[in-house]
Design a protein around this ligand. Structure first.
Ligand code: CMP
Length: 143
């Protein structure tokens, strides 16, 4: 079963959107394998966003993600990586369609509520960084 890493950023947590957002993915039929509210260390933030290290907004991005807790979770399901990205909407909320998380709730490209892995390689890398095996609960979906 395909798995992906999703993080509700500090703006989403501060605005009380955790339940609403997790619910959208649950209602779509994806399975939650793990989830946690956590403060992010600078070290983890820098590793997570290392592909953006040379971008001018890198410092701002790391500062924002470490400013207040995030809600990180693991989702599983067929084609979950691409489908979750569609449900999140375009990175810049002003380009994101209504009905997507960023289209409905995002304020700016920095405060865009949510992050989700963008490929199978990123999902593998990000899950290894954020969710050790013992924090992922594998169970059968029976209903
Ligand atoms: P995310 O999916 O978490 O991956 C990288 C993040 O960089 C992206 O969402 C945006 O929140 C952020 N980002 C992209 N462009 C900019 C920008 N110009 N200024 C600030 N943040 C940005």
């Amino acid at each position: 079963m395909e798995k992906t890493f999703i993080m509700i950023k500090p703006d989403g947590v501060q605005r009380g959107l955790v339940g609403e957002i997790v619910s959208r993915f649950e209602k779509k039929g994806f399975q939650l394998l793990g989830g946690k509210l956590m403060s992010v260390s600078t070290e983890l933030a820098e590793k997570h966003y290392e592909e953006h290290k040379e971008r001018p907004f890198f410092g701002e991005l790391v500062e924002f993600i470490t400013s207040s807790p995030v809600f990180a979770f693991v989702l599983a399901g067929d084609n979950v990586i691409a489908t979750a990205r569609q449900m999140m909407g375009k990175t810049n909320p002003s380009d994101a369609l209504p009905g997507t998380v960023r289209g409905d709730f995002g304020i700016s490209v920095g405060m865009n509520i949510i992050h989700g892995s963008d490929s199978a390689e990123s999902a593998e890398r990000e899950l290894a960084l954020w969710f050790p095996e013992e924090e992922q609960v594998e169970y059968e979906k029976t209903i």
